[in-house]
Design a protein around this ligand. Structure first.
Ligand code: SAH
Length: 348
């Protein structure tokens, strides 16, 4: 493969050193290139004045530097903005900027579409199109950060956009390295959350990364049968096996893993399931985040009533489990959880 086909954007330090080596560029230069690409977001090698001119020219001639570009934006009344980003092959992927006071949460995608078929999620309906590359993952953040002018780096990242991040762990790994690198985005592990449908072997692998992120698991129901009907992945990975993986992920960490439960009226909001959820969370040593269901015309479910959410919180509290509610954000821009499906919000 000729170096002309290599896209530098998305390579971590080790990847950059390996790519530059055939040009006779010394490994320590990878630090400078890394800082230019990710810390300064300077994508023109000819302007990298900390490198000698001949190296700048050689890099510009021999490599591509391509990161996703914003193709469209939709603003919700609450300040949430959904972006569609165009990738090099023309594919589109969505990412969301969610302001919260003077902080920002950026919600990133890991795949185009999704392979897991959760019945309550619109992204599932796209089916699986492809994995994102590491540069297509961190590039979403670079593009959104530039757009939304976050002051002093006051933002967090959640991998809760399109796709299943742990299904694409091969790209997630270098992406997390770039996000965490002080010559990259400089994000400490507590500022990055990876949310998963619950793949136990991948959760164990994530725990071995140099700086493992926060873990969130989309549990939805602490009942094996019910979970299988809502999330087909549960057939392959039963709750018992999942609990073990979650518990061991949290071992030795200050921040507990989170169980996410999207609350569906008449489905998983019964008092009995509240008790089971509390017991399961205790077993996993996890917190619980109840998520308001975001309805779309295509899906039959309705959001659970507020009194059910309050009942769940009381039961969790009584069992010593920390429970919170994630209020829906960006719904009117189809930017909310489970709504990322490349819909044109103007279409009926
Ligand atoms: N595949 C990963 C990352 C996507 S996160 C995962 O499943 O965790 C998407 C989150 O939104 C999940 O917690 C999911 O349970 C939730 N969700 C999906 N559809 C939703 C909907 N219609 N309303 C509210 N939350 C939804």
């Amino acid at each position: 493969m000729s170096t002309a086909s290599i896209n530098l954007y998305g390579l971590d330090r080790a990847g950059l050193a390996a790519a530059l080596e055939p040009l006779g560029i010394e490994p320590y230069r990878a630090r400078q290139v890394h800082a230019a690409l990710y810390r300064r977001d300077d994508l023109d090698p000819r302007s990298w004045t900390d490198l000698p001119r001949d190296l700048r020219d050689a890099i510009a001639d021999r490599f591509r530097i391509a990161r996703p570009e914003i193709a469209a934006r939709t603003s919700a009344r609450d300040g949430t903005v959904k972006y569609a980003l165009r990738l090099e092959d023309g594919a589109l992927v969505e990412a969301v900027a969610i302001p919260d006071g003077d902080r920002m949460t950026f919600c990133l995608s890991s795949q185009v579409g999704c392979a897991f078929g959760c019945t309550f999620c619109m992204t599932a309906r796209l089916g699986f199109r492809r994995h994102l590359q590491a540069g297509e993952i961190v590039g979403q953040l670079a593009a959104l950060r530039e757009e939304s002018e976050v002051a002093g780096g006051a933002y967090n990242i959640v991998f809760m956009g399109m796709g299943e991040p742990l299904h694409n762990i091969q790209a997630l790994e270098p992406a997390l390295a770039i996000l965490g690198d002080e010559l990259g985005f400089g994000l400490g592990p507590r500022r990055v959350t990876v949310s998963t449908v619950g793949l136990p072997d991948r959760i164990r692998r994530l725990a071995t990364f140099p700086s493992p992120p926060r873990l969130a698991v989309s549990l939805v129901a602490a009942d094996q049968r019910l979970r299988e009907t809502l999330m087909p992945v549960a057939r392959r990975h039963p709750l018992d096996e999942l609990a073990e993986a979650i518990r061991s992920y949290g071992r030795g960490r200050r921040d507990r893993p989170t169980l996410e439960v999207v609350m569906l009226a008449g489905v998983n909001d019964t008092p009995e399931l509240a008790e089971r959820l509390a017991a399961y969370a205790a077993r996993c040593r996890a917190k619980v985040n109840l998520i308001e269901f975001n309805p779309t015309p295509e899906l039959a479910w309705k959001p659970a009533p507020e009194e059910r959410l309050q009942h769940f919180l009381r039961v969790l509290g009584a069992r010593g489990v920390v429970g919170t509610v994630r209020r829906s954000r960006g719904r009117d821009a189809f930017a909310a959880c489970g709504q990322l499906a490349l819909l044109d919000p103007k279409s009926p």
